[in-house]
Design a protein around this ligand. Structure first.
Ligand code: IYR
Length: 263
C-alpha cells in the first residue's frame, strides 16, 4: 500500500536563497515558520493528499468499525507473540504528539516468567488491600461490580508479554544533566491510546491495568528515578472463547457537542 504522505519536500527557494512559504500561507498574517525560525531550525514540507469526501468517509467508517470491535480482555492465550510485533506497536505509539516533542515515555516489556510472576505477586498484594481491606471506597467498588474484577491477576503470568508504560517526569541526559518534560500525562496517555489501537489492528488483545499503587513496578523492572509507571499492559492473543462484559458504548450525542454561538 502506498503512503498518502510525501515527506521531505523542501519549500521553494527564492532568488535570494530564502525559503518561500507556499502560496496558501498568504492567508496568514503570521506565517509559520517565520524566516528567522526557518533559518535557525530545519523544517520540511508536510504534504497530505486530499481525498474525495466519499473515500474519506469510507476510510473513517472502516476505522471506526474496527476500533469499535476492540475489547479489553482478562483471559489471554499463553501462545507466544513475536517481539517484532510489539516493536511495531511501540513505534506506532511513539508517533504520538507530545509536549515540546519530548516523547516522555518508555515502554518496558518482559516475557520472562520470573519477572511476570514477581509482578503478579506484587500487583495481587496491592489489589488484595484494595478489594479485601476496602482501600477502594464503596462507590468505587460499586462502579466495578458489573466488571467483576477482583484481586486475582492470573493474566499477568499467562499473557506472553507484560508491557509497562512509564512516563518520564523529566529527561536525564547522557551528561547527567536533567531537563523538564511538559504535559507528561497527556502525552503518555495519547501514546497509550495509539499502542492499544496498534495491538488491536494486528489481532492482539490487551488490558489497561493500573494496579494501585504501582510504584513497585519501577523497582521490579529496574527503572531510573525519572520514570513513573503510567499503565501496565498484559499483551497476547485473546483466549479462545473469552467472554467480556456486554458493555454498551455512549452514543454520539453523549460524547459530541457542537457549539454554534458564543455563550
Ligand atoms: N486497579 C484495580 C481496580 C480497578 C479499577 C478500575 I477504574 C477498573 O476499570 C478495573 C479495576 C484492579 O486492577 O483490579
Amino acid at each position: 500500500m502506498s503512503s498518502i504522505l510525501t515527506p521531505g519536500t523542501r519549500y521553494n527557494v527564492g532568488m535570494d536563497g530564502s525559503e518561500q512559504a507556499p502560496s496558501e500561507q498568504a492567508h496568514y498574517e503570521h506565517p509559520y515558520p517565520s524566516p528567522e525560525l526557518a533559518a535557525a531550525h530545519p523544517f520540511v514540507e508536510y504534504a497530505v493528499e486530499r481525498l474525495p469526501e466519499s473515500e474519506m468517509l469510507e476510510r473513517a467508517r472502516a476505522f471506526r468499525v474496527e476500533a469499535e470491535r476492540r475489547r479489553s480482555v482478562r483471559l489471554f492465550s499463553p501462545d507466544p507473540v513475536p517481539r517484532e510485533l510489539l516493536e511495531e506497536a511501540v513505534l506506532a505509539a511513539s508517533s504520538g504528539p507530545s509536549g515540546a516533542h519530548k516523547q516522555p515515555w518508555t515502554f518496558v516489556a518482559t516475557r520472562d516468567p520470573a519477572v511476570k510472576a514477581a509482578i503478579r505477586a506484587a500487583a495481587e498484594e496491592e489489589e488484595r488491600v484494595n478489594y479485601l481491606e476496602n482501600r477502594m471506597n464503596a462507590e468505587w467498588q460499586e462502579a466495578l461490580a458489573p466488571l467483576g474484577t477482583d484481586h486475582h491477576k492470573e493474566f499477568l503470568e499467562v499473557a506472553p508479554w507484560i508491557v509497562v508504560l512509564f512516563e518520564q517526569r523529566y529527561e536525564r541526559r547522557p551528561d547527567g544533566t536533567t531537563r523538564k518534560n511538559y504535559y507528561v500525562k497527556e502525552s503518555t496517555g495519547i501514546a497509550a491510546g495509539l499502542f492499544i489501537t496498534a495491538l488491536h489492528r494486528m489481532g492482539l488483545a490487551t488490558l489497561t491495568h493500573t494496579p494501585s499503587p504501582m510504584a513497585f513496578l519501577r523497582t521490579l523492572l529496574g527503572r531510573p528515578d525519572n520514570e513513573r509507571p503510567f499503565v501496565m499492559f498484559p499483551v497476547g492473543y485473546p483466549l479462545d472463547g473469552v467472554r467480556v462484559p456486554d458493555l454498551v458504548r455512549k452514543s454520539l450525542d453523549q460524547v459530541f457537542v457542537e457549539v454554534d454561538r458564543p455563550s
